[in-house]
Design a protein. Structure first.
Length: 256
C-alpha cells in the first residue's frame, strides 16, 4: 500500500484548494448559476465535482504552504481570476436585459415587472422574456461546456501562483463594461425607434384633433405594435446576443 508523507498530503490539499477557489469564484459570477436561480448547495457540489475532475490533469502547483501569506495571496489571485471570467459573461447577459428594459419602457410596460431570480431586483417582464431566451440559447450553443474548457485552459496559460494582472488586461475589462450599453441599445433600437415614430404620430394627431383620447387609443396600439415587432426582430436579437457572447469568449481567451 503506497505511503504518503505529511508534506505530500499538505501539498495535494493546497493544490486542490486553489483549483477549487478559482472554479467556485467562476460559478459565483457565471450568469446561469448566479443569484438565487441555483441553490448554494448545488453550486458547491458542482464546484467540488468540477475540481475533482480537472485537478489530476492540471499543471503541478507551486510548493507553497496553504496557511501562509504566500498561500493567502494565491487564494486571492485565483478568486479574482475566476470572478473576472464569470463577470465578463455576466455583462453579456446584462446587455440583453438592458435592451429588454428599453423595449418595455417604449411599449408602456415598464410597470409590468417581476423579481429577477438572478439579481433579486424588479425587472420588466419583457427583459425577463429576453433573459430566459438568452439562457436557453446559451445552453443550446453548449456555452456551459465552452466555459469549462476555457477554465481548464486558463490553468495552463495562467498557472497557479504565476500570474500578475497587467494594466492592459484591466483596461480591456473596463472597455468591455462600456460595451454593455452599446449592445443593449443595438438590441432594442429597431423596436424603440418604431414605437417613437408611432408616439410622435399620435402626438400630431392629438394636436390636430384634441377630442381624441390618446391614452385609450395610443396604449393598445403601442402594445400591439411592440409585440409584433418583438416577434419580427427576435431572430436578429438572438443573433446579436450570440455574437456579443462570442466576443466575451474571445476576450476571456485573450486575457486568460
Amino acid at each position: 500500500m503506497p505511503a504518503f508523507s505529511e508534506a505530500q498530503l499538505l501539498s495535494a490539499v493546497a493544490g486542490f484548494s486553489w483549483v477549487l477557489v478559482r472554479i467556485s469564484a467562476l460559478f459565483v459570477a457565471l450568469p446561469l448559476f448566479a443569484g438565487h436561480l441555483v441553490p448554494a448547495p448545488v453550486r458547491v457540489l458542482l464546484s467540488l465535482a468540477t475540481s475533482f475532475l480537472i485537478w489530476p490533469v492540471l499543471p503541478v502547483p507551486p510548493a507553497v504552504e496553504l496557511f501562509s501569506l504566500a498561500g493567502l495571496l494565491i487564494d486571492i489571485q485565483q478568486f479574482l481570476i475566476g470572478l473576472a471570467m464569470g463577470f465578463i459573461l455576466q455583462l453579456a447577459f446584462a446587455a440583453i436585459i438592458f435592451g429588454g428594459q428599453s423595449v418595455a419602457y417604449g411599449m408602456g410596460l415598464g410597470f409590468a415587472s417581476m423579481v429577477d431570480p438572478t439579481t433579486g431586483i424588479q425587472v420588466p417582464v419583457i427583459a425577463q422574456f429576453y433573459q430566459m431566451l438568452s439562457i436557453l440559447l446559451f445552453l443550446i450553443l453548449d456555452g456551459h461546456l465552452l466555459v469549462v474548457q476555457l477554465l481548464v485552459e486558463s490553468f495552463s496559460t495562467f498557472p497557479i501562483g504565476r500570474f500578475a494582472p497587467e494594466q492592459k488586461a484591466l483596461w480591456d475589462i473596463a472597455l468591455w463594461m462600456s460595451k454593455v450599453f452599446a449592445a443593449g441599445l443595438l438590441l432594442s433600437l429597431p423596436i424603440v425607434t418604431a414605437l417613437l415614430i408611432v408616439n410622435l404620430g399620435f402626438g400630431i394627431a392629438t394636436r390636430a384633433a384634441p377630442q381624441l383620447n390618446i391614452f385609450s387609443v395610443g396604449f393598445p396600439v403601442s402594445l400591439l405594435l411592440g409585440i409584433v415587432l418583438m416577434d419580427l426582430t427576435l431572430p436578429d436579437v438572438l443573433k446579436l446576443f450570440s455574437g456579443f457572447l462570442d466576443s466575451g469568449y474571445q476576450l476571456i481567451m485573450r486575457l486568460f
